[in-house]
Design a protein around this ligand. Structure first.
Ligand code: ADP
Ligand code: MG
Length: 255
């Protein structure tokens, strides 16, 4: 049974999509079978693994409409062990389509259950809001991985996110757990990054990964080429950091 990890934080630009793509790729490189589900209408995880988001026949939106079987939504990327369920701007209408639908918090979960045993890991890239799509991701997931950008307002919004996770656990998914917090865009040249890390470590009860993702221009460049960092620049600091994070995620599974 694959472990399902929702990558979530309602703040935009904190590194969710970068983490979803590159953690998926690093896990795949280590031989794990990985499905990446793009649940953001921006479709950046889709294009980031080299899939042309406007040419995909069946996206996650078709899944939500209930007209397409999940097997027909799985795209084989050009990278070994890495499959994708794509998204594009069509998904922006999902909230409206779901009005009045029975069990609308469980649409994705019901579909994913059919294919779960084919993968070691299923990662879900969430949109930057606590909307019904994110709730669907949390209902489907075993754990939530929270990327936090090393900036002054890092902790802003975290308590609201944790509150949401707790509500989902109480009402929709009793097994939901916090996978952990991962720091992103760490800049070793500034004291601020270090202060943020120390401050968060001192103030949160949740697990914080010892791997810290550095600010690395190669990570920002890779998506425009449609490659995960492990392929785009295999020896970069960004690639090494996501491999280290993958090891931590895998080892948690063993423990
Ligand atoms: P989110 O999905 O949370 O909105 P993204 O992963 O799209 O965030 O990241 C926001 C922007 O920051 C993107 O342009 C991305 O390329 C860039 N970025 C993310 N992580 C890093 C990093 N570690 N180093 C440099 N740029 C990064
Ligand atoms: Mg994103």
């Amino acid at each position: 049974m694959g472990r399902i990890i929702a990558v979530a934080n309602q703040k935009g630009g904190v590194g969710k999509t970068t983490t979803a793509i590159n953690l998926s790729a690093a896990l795949a490189e280590k031989g794990k079978k990985v499905l990446l589900i793009d649940l953001d209408p921006q479709g950046n995880a889709t294009s980031g693994v080299g899939v042309e988001k406007n040419q995909v026949e069946n996206t996650v939106y078709d899944l939500i409409l209930g007209e397409t079987d999940i097997h027909d939504c799985i795209e084989y990327t050009e990278f070994e062990n890495l499959h994708l369920i794509a998204s594009n701007v069509d998904l922006a209408a999902a909230e409206i389509e779901l009005i009045g639908i029975a069990e609308k918090e469980f649409i994705i979960k019901k579909a994913v259950e059919k294919i779960r045993d084919r993968y070691d890991f299923i990662l879900i890239d969430c949109p930057p809001s606590l909307n019904l799509l994110t709730i669907n991701a949390m209902t489907t997931a075993d754990t939530v991985l929270v990327p936090i950008q090393c900036e002054y307002y890092a902790l802003e919004g975290l308590s609201q996110l944790i509150h949401t996770i707790n509500l989902v656990r109480e009402r929709l998914n009793p097994y939901l757990d916090i996978e952990g917090i991962v720091f992103t865009m760490y800049d070793a040249r500034t004291n601020l990054s270090l202060q943020v890390v120390e401050n968060v470590r001192a103030n949160v009860k949740q697990r914080v990964y010892s791997t810290i993702i550095p600010r690395n221009v190669r990570l920002a460049e890779a998506p425009s080429h449609g490659y995960p960092i492990t392929i785009y620049d295999s020896k970069s600091a960004g690639a090494e950091s996501y491999r280290a994070l993958a090891d931590e995620v895998i080892n948690r599974e063993d423990s």
